[in-house]
Write a protein that binds this ligand. Sequence first.
Ligand code: ATP
Ligand code: MG
Length: 393
Amino acid sequence: MKEIVLVKYGEMALKGQNKSSFEDILFKNIKFRLKSVGKFKYSSAQSTIYIEPDEETIDLDEVISKLQKVFGIAAICRACVCEKDFADIQAKTVEYLRETLEDAKSFKVEAKRADKKFPMKSPEICMELGGTICEAFPEIAVDVHHPEVTVIVEIRDTNAYVHAGRIKGAGGLPVGSSGKALLLLSGGIDSPVAGYMMAKRGVRVSAIHFVSPPYTSDRARIKVEQLCEKLTPYCGDIHFYCVPFTEIQEELKRRCPEEYFTILMRRLMMIIAQEIAKKEEALALITGESVGQVASQTMQAMVCTDAVCKVPVFRPLIGMDKTEIIEISRKIDTFDISVQPYEDCCTVFTPRHPKIRPQLEAVEKAQEKGDFDSMIAQAVQDTELKIFKNSET
Ligand code: ATP
Ligand code: MG
């Protein structure tokens, strides 16, 4: 029996004139994602993409688990391909859904008749096929309100398809449909989640990470690279920029008032990140900040950081609680890496008494005490780029 995977678009189905470019990007992302699984025949019609395995060895469970990480997909169905002939639909339904229907107590049939020329109308299909199922599985009862199994028959252009319901997709918009942004990625719990959330809105994500050897170890950098890898199934390939930040932090420590270390460091990071964003053609920055989470994430502190930013700074976690953020980090499997105890360049230079509500003027004055310009240029120049491929196995 031939099986196929049907992919239903999400929100982008509503995007009017932009729809075809959204579709093209989603198509490309899906093909890219499934390249490592095997060969497929692709086609699309009526807000559905048809993915037909072209090799016998393909594992459809693997296909589905990969597709569940592709943004822009509302639902996925694993279906049996039938002739557009009711007798064939009856026979295949019984055979294809045997295991499911044998174990279930109740069911109903839903018919979707995209091809209006099909001789039977939807209610008739439901009734007749319901009868066939009751005959084949005498233990099962019809329950139109709360069925355990919903058998769905879709009559489409070239074929009919039978399946036992939709699997939820990742939702959102296809990555690449909303432009690119640069994620300030630390080793913590929050920033990988922030990257995931922007990717969900169709943003292509590049990442930037600041290291301060020898205060921070190689292990700390490797940890961040592992986080990048974990994000690739959702984000696609990620350009990862690693910035040497030691000199700047030493200058900070040497010349600037301690209580402003954190806020100044954040501003300097933003200045460098914008330089890299320009090279990367990224239109915005992304951080993992959430209001009030720590001393450096007060609104006053954000005012002081944003004062050096000429591009928008996206903070998708801004209104979220830590527990909500952790829930997502577990879902995307970054949590266990994030909690590994390797030092971050922020923690190494944490002041004993940070200014919790810094005033912009005072912060600017504090920054003037250091001589950062040439160091910033040097750091940008010495930044290393590594590309993380979508490498999930
Ligand atoms: P996270 O869990 O993302 O580390 P956090 O709650 O620990 O966040 P901070 O350490 O105050 O918060 O950092 C705030 C944001 O600044 C981070 O979410 C991240 O976007 C950015 N950031 C912090 N440290 C670095 C770093 N070493 N490299 C790149 N970005 C960083
Ligand atoms: Mg952190």
